[in-house]
Structure formats: structure tokens, C-alpha cells
Write a protein that binds this ligand. Sequence first.
Ligand SMILES: Nc1ncnc2c1ncn2[C@@H]1O[C@H](COP(=O)(O)OP(=O)(O)OP(=O)(O)O)[C@@H](O)[C@H]1O
Ligand SMILES: [Mg+2]
Length: 348
Amino acid sequence: MTAPLLELRGIRKEFNLARGFFASKRILTALDGIDLAVGQGETLALVGESGCGKSTLGRIVAGLLPATVGTILFDGDQPGRGKARARQIQIVMQDPFGALNPKMSVGELIAEPALLHGLATRRTAPARVAELLRLVGLPEGVAQRYPHALSGGQRQRVAIARALATDPKLIVADEAVSALDVSVQAQIANLLKEIQARTGVSLLFISHGLSLVHHISDRVAVMYLGRIVEEGPAADLFARPRHPYTRALISATPEPVPGAAPDRLALTGEVPSPLALPTGCRFRTRCPHATKLCAEVDPPLTGEGPVRVACHLADSLPTYHVQKPRPAARLQSAIDLYRAAAAAQTAA
Ligand SMILES: Nc1ncnc2c1ncn2[C@@H]1O[C@H](COP(=O)(O)OP(=O)(O)OP(=O)(O)O)[C@@H](O)[C@H]1O
Ligand SMILES: [Mg+2]
């Protein structure tokens, strides 16, 4: 990993679900002891089933939600939840329609954060807006339009331009492309990578789509019920997943992941309630390999190499014979289409 930009140490988040006078305390632990770092200019993907705590972690990183316990180090020191971090960490969410005020024009929407943080004046704002629109591949004329007059992909580009307006060091993209159709997903993912190459911004990329994660990320962290169960370089994690949960996730992906080990490990049963966590390893109730030890001792996230894994059996599970990568048909063709379109545009 490159030098860390963001470090999370022992992050725990509890939600108190009790409502009303007679309610007794009911604590839901959404995150439990998260240690994670994002390097400078790096893309870290956060994957895992619905409800495992990805958005909660993203919102804590973006300063939208306080952690119950834990330390967040950003850019070398411990920042307050002040203006500096608010400017340097931006979040892009799944639904840009909800995030963009429909009464503001695109130009106003993009200028607003720059004005707010003193990075532009009324006089310099239009030039800044034009520059940001160029960066996200939108024509300058879009500045006069309103969010409802844009396509989903264009709206997401506006949301990205708005996030970039404050010159952030880190962008949290929480399912930022999930609502878009697959070819537009690839376009936006490629756009994020291009912007990263140009600006050096780091990305925390939260996603369900493993094909996309494989395409875009340098490292991947796999979450299960508020914990990280495996974390490491994307290439290692996809070629040699070590945690049974990572293996199950990869084998359950509808689109084959290029370079991923072929595997058939189906997940059975439901995710346990975060209000009643299993003893020992929290994945053991769905793990086909679970032993007595797994029910008794919660495995820590450890590893000597670049990959860390939280599984008692990680070293004793059958290994893979990595076969020739299968083509990620749909996504790959979408990426090819995009590349061809971009090349044609440059040639014209
Ligand atoms: N404000 C809240 N109050 C109470 N519980 C919450 C709150 N926000 C999240 N939770 C709970 O915390 C857990 C983690 O939720 P979170 O939204 O982080 O999951 P997620 O991994 O982003 O899921 P998805 O993939 O569906 O977006 C869930 O059990 C959820 O019900
Ligand atoms: Mg979420």
C-alpha cells in the first residue's frame, strides 16, 4: 500500500434502537473493531452483503456520523470533525437525484461547495464550474440545466464534479454507480480512475458488483456483520480468496470476475441479526467448514503477507487451481464499447 491517507483504528458503531419511554435499551452493533487504511491515491473497495455496515463505515469516514469508539487518523494527524476534513473528504451516494437540490442549476450545484469552502469567488466560480465539467466529461452547456433534465449517468457525473469542487483528498463512493445500467457503470468507474490518475485523489469504493470492484480497486476489504473478514490487494484476493465468505461472495457473483479463482461455494442460511450475534466467529452459522473452535473463539484479522484474514481455517482449507480467467462478458464488452467511443471522440 502507498503511504496511508486515512487510518481507522478500532472503529465501533452502536445504534440504540430503543424508542419511547418504556423501551429497554436495545443496542445494534453495526461496526465492531474496524482497523483499515486507505493509501494516498489508492482505491480501496469495501464489499459485503446488504446490512454488513458498509454505508455506516462510509458515513463515519465522511464525518456524517460519529463513531461510538475508535480513532480516525487523516493525512497524518487526528483531525476534528471540522471544516478541513469536511472539505477533504467528500461522499458520492447511489441516488444523485436525492443528493442534488432540484431547484439549483448544475452550475450552482457545482459552484456551491467551492464557494462555501472559499475555493472560489462569485467571479471565479463559472471558470471553476467549466473546469470541473470538463474533468467529468460533460459539456459546458450543462451548467445551465437542472438535475431533472439529465440522464442518470449525467447526474452522477454532476455529483462527482460537486464532490471534486473542494479539491478533496478522499472520495467515498457509496454504491455510486449501482443504480446505473452496466455500460454507464463502466463509464463512471473509468471516469473515477481517470480523475484519480490526474488528481491523485484516494477512493473508498463501496459496491456490490465484484466485477467492477476487480476492475477499479487496488485493494479490497470484505465485510461481514460489522467486521472485516479479509483484506488485501485486489489481485491476491480474487485469485486466492482465503476466507470462506470471500470465496462464497466471488462464486455467487452473477458476472464472472476476470482473473478470479473458479469456485462453487454456496452460502446457505440467513445473515444472523446484528442484535444477536453468534458466539465465536460470526460467519460460522453459514460456513460449510465450521468447527468447534469456530463456535468458541472469535478469529482475529491477521496475516503475514499483504493479505489479512479472520478465519481459524484459512490455512487448512483446500487451495485453488487457478484456471484461465473467464471473460467478464457483459462488463468487459461495456468497457470496450466505452474505450472505443472515447477513442472515436479523441480522433474526431
Ligand atoms: N440510523 C440507524 N439506526 C439504526 N440502525 C442502523 C442505522 N443505520 C444503519 N443501521 C443498521 O446498521 C447495520 C449496517 O447498515 P448499513 O447501512 O451500514 O449496511 P450496508 O452494508 O451499507 O448495506 P447495503 O448494502 O444494503 O447498503 C444494519 O443492520 C442496519 O440496519
Ligand atoms: Mg449501504
